[in-house]
Design a protein around this ligand. Structure first.
Ligand SMILES: [Fe+2]
Length: 180
């Protein structure tokens, strides 16, 4: 195996582990905000990403044990999230980032005429696209819900603005009757 492909795959192992770490943090935030199933979905996703890292590691190990190190460090990232939509936005951005990595790896494998790596990476690409589609659909639904929720809050706000006028009227009437 060409060293440039081995290095790029090693780098991708770290990117997959980084994604797993991000998804676990998202899962924790969602569960902490009462969204257990949403959180559970991301926990499973973290498990899948860690599995992707192991698949790449095994591939390297089978081809050339000396290059299968998974060395380097996963970025230490601590995330806090503003809302469910924020989680979904970042999830989609992360998915696009990984897709771009995989596309670049496929170009590299084809350029180096590494058919085995190209086949494996094509599988990664298909899984990634499926994932992105799922997140895009969820994001659309969450965005629509936010729009509706904001609209409803404005309705309530407008309703409260109308009601403000009734309080002095009530006070005046109580004063007339010697209550206040
Ligand atoms: Fe992955």
């Amino acid at each position: 195996m060409e060293q440039c492909i081995a290095s790029a795959l090693n780098k991708q192992i770290l990117a997959e582990l980084d994604a797993a770490s991000l998804y676990l943090q998202m899962s924790s935030w969602l569960e902490g905000n009462g969204l257990k199933d949403f959180g559970g979905r991301l926990r499973r996703q973290a498990h899948e990403e860690a599995g992707h890292a192991v698949i790449l590691f095994n591939f390297l190990k089978e081809r050339d044990a000396a290059t299968a190190t998974a060395s380097g460090s996963v970025r230490r990232r601590e995330h806090s999230f503003a809302s469910v939509k924020d989680v979904m936005d970042r999830l989609l951005a992360q998915g696009k980032h990984i897709s771009a990595n995989v596309a670049e790896l496929i170009r590299l494998a084809r350029g180096e005429r590494d058919a085995d790596a190209a086949v494996l990476l094509a599988w990664f690409s298909a899984v990634q696209l499926e994932e992105e589609e799922m997140v895009t659909n969820l994001l659309l639904r969450v965005s629509r819900w936010y729009r509706d929720a904001v609209g409803k809050l404005r309705d309530i706000d407008a309703e409260l603005a109308k009601r403000q006028g009734t309080i002095p009227a009530l006070l005046n009437s109580q004063k007339r009757h010697g209550v206040a």
